[in-house]
Design a protein around this ligand. Structure first.
Ligand SMILES: [Zn+2]
Length: 365
């Protein structure tokens, strides 16, 4: 078997692939790179589908500094092309879901359930940030046994593609916010991840789910994910949310927009001892007004979360699709071939109203 692997290495060493790379803030390019060789604990995955997340856009904008020439992306479904010599219980040819954050499964953060921060703050966010990412024909997956999950035949690749990032972080907003049966929840921001936070609140049994966005089309879409009331962003939104809870305030407010003023609104609408759960990426300093912090006496909880990953998490998310408890299909608004990835980035950067998630077909199944 080892001989087979080596000969495959040799065969691939000269093979090239297309990768979408970051060059400098605002500058990206579809380039040719050598197909990587997996290390002992890694796997090489032939990417079938990939997508673009808000954090890819943040990298391109220069919010998260990365090395010039790095391949972008951390969402992928594909087929195992090659396995490192120490990876067992997987087979070449198996269709797999790749975890968006890649934990080692052995360090203290990983062993205490914080694999997204593997070996240090944000450390599990490797793909497309510290190692070459998923927007390429082939992807080298670190710690393959922890971060690859076989997909059952009953689930299409597209139905699984948005689980590792969009769904995992969106649902985590509701989980980390401690949404309970019968809760009143407000969700600020109905982008793809915010919509999944809405769905997460529904799955956790929230009674009233009030969603806020600047686009009425997103409020309409949110109703398919469990929203009970939609409010357009505006100066009266705090009043409107408080009125919907008869002045009491919501149990949990989810911030999925990443703006200081949205965070401030979230603080203003929670009840005493309520929770603000943040999944938006803040790119400027947060301040909390004394009134919304109740002079520090409000028994409030503020949590934030980086996308949970790993095989156990992916298996749970796959089960939700298999049992038809969730259907993320309405999030996919566009499908493009991989060679049109630059146009896909442009559509997302421009914030076109009808664009939620774009599925990029990298190879045929
Ligand atoms: Zn770790």
């Amino acid at each position: 078997m080892a001989v087979g692997k080596e000969s495959k290495h040799a065969m691939q060493s000269g093979r090239m692939m297309q990768s979408y790379v970051f060059l400098s803030p605002g500058v990206t390019s579809l380039e040719t790179k050598r197909i990587p060789t997996p290390g002992p604990l890694e796997a090489l995955v032939k990417v079938e589908l990939t997508s673009i997340s808000a954090n890819d856009l943040n990298i391109v904008r220069g919010v998260f500094p990365v090395t010039s020439g790095l391949t972008l992306g951390h969402e992928a479904v594909g087929v195992i092309e090659e396995l490192g010599e120490l990876v067992s219980e997987y087979e070449v040819g198996q269709r797999v879901l790749v975890s968006a954050t890649s934990s080692c499964g052995q360090c203290s953060p990983c062993l205490s359930g914080n694999g997204a921060h593997c070996r240090g703050m944000l450390g599990g966010w490797r793909l497309g940030r510290t190692t070459d990412g998923a927007q390429a024909e082939f992807l080298r997956v670190p710690y393959a046994e922890v971060n690859l999950t076989p997909l059952p035949d009953s689930i299409s690749s597209e139905a699984a593609l948005l689980l590792p990032e969009t769904a995992s972080i969106g649902f985590a907003a509701a989980e980390r916010g401690g949404v309970e049966l019968g809760d009143n929840v407000a969700v600020f921001g109905q982008g793809a991840v915010g919509l999944c936070a809405t769905l997460g609140a529904k799955l956790r049994g929230a009674a009233q789910i009030i969603v806020v966005d600047k686009l009425s089309s997103r409020l309409d879409l949110a109703s398919k994910f469990g929203a009970t009331t939609g409010i357009l962003s505006g100066p009266s939104l705090v009043k409107q949310i408080l009125k919907l809870t008869r002045g009491a305030g919501v149990d949990v407010a989810i911030e999925a927009h990443g703006e200081p003023r949205t965070f401030e609104s979230a603080m203003k609408v929670i009840r005493p001892a309520g929770t603000v759960s943040c999944i938006g990426v803040f790119t400027s300093a947060l301040t909390i007004a004394e009134q919304s912090f109740n002079s520090g006496l409000g028994n409030h909880t503020v949590v934030n979360t980086l996308c949970p990953g790993g095989k156990a998490r992916m298996e749970r998310l796959i089960r939700l699709v298999e049992s038809k408890r969730i259907d993320l299909a309405p999030l996919v608004t566009h499908r493009l071939p991989f060679n049109e990835i630059a146009s896909a980035y442009e559509m997302l950067m421009e914030g076109q109203e009808d664009v939620v998630k774009i599925v990029l077909q990298v190879s045929e199944p």
